[in-house]
Design a protein around this ligand. Structure first.
Ligand code: GLN
Length: 187
């Protein structure tokens, strides 16, 4: 398996380090060339994976369009390539951006005071007492019928899955807990 990590901006290196700890190969995608090479090298088998990291969804949206990556990535996800979106990466999959997940998201949902905080909560399918680091995080306001809610904090959805699309509002790559990444590479 080789996991493509969208490396346009934001916290992509931390995802690569997490996967390296699991012994999983990674490659950075910065432009259409990188993406096409990745897709060709991995074929259409079950070994392809994409991570969209945290960062700034407005900047990421602009770059993804400028680089011609919007349609090819969207299509690969719709065709079943597993994808993990964390924080801004979650926003990127919502109905206002790539539109591959049936989720409605509130950006910067915790306001300035609570912009960044840590929490511990269970994540269904993944495990108990998962450490969660939130940085100017979104939460999911509502989901469609195809979406399974995996975690809620204070009544707000912070992790969900729709088929092979997995999203979380927190940053699993910034802790030492590898369970979410292990779950993702097995999806
Ligand atoms: N606030 C950012 C946004 O709206 C997300 C923050 C993050 O990814 N840590 O895109």
């Amino acid at each position: 398996m080789k996991v493509a990590v969208l490396a346009l901006q934001g916290a992509f290196i931390e995802h690569e380090q997490m996967l390296q700890r699991l012994g999983v190969e990674t490659t950075e995608v910065r432009n259409l060339d990188d993406w096409q090479q990745y897709v060709q090298s991995i074929g259409t088998n079950d070994q392809a994976r994409l991570i969209i990291p945290g960062g700034e969804s407005t900047a990421m949206t602009r770059i993804i369009r400028d680089e011609g990556l919007y349609q090819p990535i969207r299509q690969a996800i719709l065709e079943g390539m597993p994808v993990l979106g964390t924080c801004a990466g979650l926003i990127m999959l919502d109905d206002q951006h790539l539109g591959t997940m049936d989720i409605q998201v509130r950006r910067n949902a915790y306001g300035r005071q609570l912009g960044s905080f840590n929490h511990v909560a269970d994540v269904q399918e993944i495990g108990h007492s998962f450490p969660m680091t939130y940085i100017r995080a979104p939460y999911i306001e509502s989901v469609g019928p195809a979406v399974q809610v995996l975690a809620e904090v204070d009544g707000h959805i912070v992790a969900a899955r729709q088929g092979r699309q997995l999203v979380c509002a927190f940053h699993p790559e910034l802790t030492s807990d590898t369970r979410l990444h292990e779950y993702f590479v097995q999806l």
